[in-house]
Design a protein around this ligand. Structure first.
Ligand code: CP
Length: 307
């Protein structure tokens, strides 16, 4: 398994063996963090964070991860403060950043932009989200969270709720779940169903997939809720029609399994009522925190740093 200088663009580029290896190395990294708060594994290395779209978790957790590894970060958190506003292309921006850094994380609204960036970079490029397409590091921390809770992924019933059309986190997650033997249930408004290509790929792999437009979580081990992705709707009126399609509140949890967990990549708007936060089921804040060991492990792996 070769990791040095590897780009992390789509979860579909990774086999189950490779995904499981990242999860194992993330657990080792978390174990290290329990004993030493910081390390010098990435001393003298530079991470360039190129964020052309807003982010709280992905940008901050990559920054925190690099700093915990003893490295430093450069970059920008909006295209508005980069030379994109003067007309510079992604390709030119990435060529420049790759000359200034050892690893690049890029988030951009255009699908395929991270792949394009990787083709013009001398250093590893990590996709921090490209439009509605992929968010592979979110998926790795999602799987890490599930595995930490249940000690397995195979055999679970995973229910994905919300905007399944535009949500890149659910596209990546379900692509990854092609490699496991989980039962999947997709719950969304009719207008926001999971793309047919993803459903067909899952079915071709023999994965049991159910689809519904009714919120029912009673048979699920994992309830993975997503935000309706306002910024991706071509028609604002369409967003207004579906924005409150599902709200997971205490009432909606009726019959939920005792050991079920509720996840969300965050940010949330109104799809999970804050009254859920203090229940035994809520894992979304822990899930976001799990981004640190996972992203630390990824940074070290693509930089060929032994740990
Ligand atoms: N989950 C996630 O990608 O969050 P941010 O948009 O805040 O990075």
């Amino acid at each position: 398994m070769k990791w040095e200088k590897r780009h992390i663009i789509s979860i579909k580029d990774f086999s189950r063996e490779e995904i499981d290896y990242v999860l194992k190395k993330s657990a080792e990294m978390e174990e290290r963090l329990n004993h030493e708060k910081t390390s010098s594994l990435m001393k003298n290395k530079i991470l360039a964070n190129l964020f052309f779209e807003p982010s709280t978790r992905t940008r901050m957790s990559f920054e925190a991860s690099m700093k915990k590894l003893g490295g430093v970060t450069i970059g920008f958190d909006s295209g508005e403060v980069s030379s994109e506003v003067k007309g510079e292309t992604i390709v030119d921006t990435v060529k420049i950043a790759s000359g200034y850094s050892d690893v690049i994380v890029i988030r951009h609204p255009v699908e395929g932009s991270a792949r394009l960036a990787s083709e013009h970079s001398d250093v590893p490029v990590i996709n921090g989200g490209d439009g509605a397409n992929q968010h592979p590091t979110q998926t790795l921390l999602d799987l890490y969270t599930i595995k930490k809770e249940f000690k397995k992924i195979d055999g679970l019933s995973i229910c994905v709720v919300g905007d399944l059309k535009y949500g890149r986190t659910v596209h990546s997650l379900t692509n990854a779940l092609e490699n496991y033997e989980a039962d999947l249930c997709f719950i969304s408004p009719q207008e926001l169903k999971m793309p047919r290509t993803i459903v067909k790929d899952l079915e071709a792999k023999g994965i049991n997939v159910k689809e519904s437009s009714k919120l029912n979580v009673k048979d699920c081990d994992v309830v993975y809720v997503t935000r309706i992705q306002k910024e991706r709707f071509p028609d604002p009126q369409e967003y207004e029609r579906v924005k409150d399609a599902f709200v997971l509140d205490i009432q909606a949890l009726e019959g939920i399994k005792e050991d079920a967990i509720i996840m969300h990549p965050l940010p949330r708007v109104s799809e999970i009522h804050p009254e859920i936060d203090d229940t035994q089921y809520a894992r979304y804040f822990q899930q976001a925190k799990n981004g640190i060991p996972v992203r630390m492990a990824l940074l070290a792996l693509v930089s060929d740093v032994d740990f």
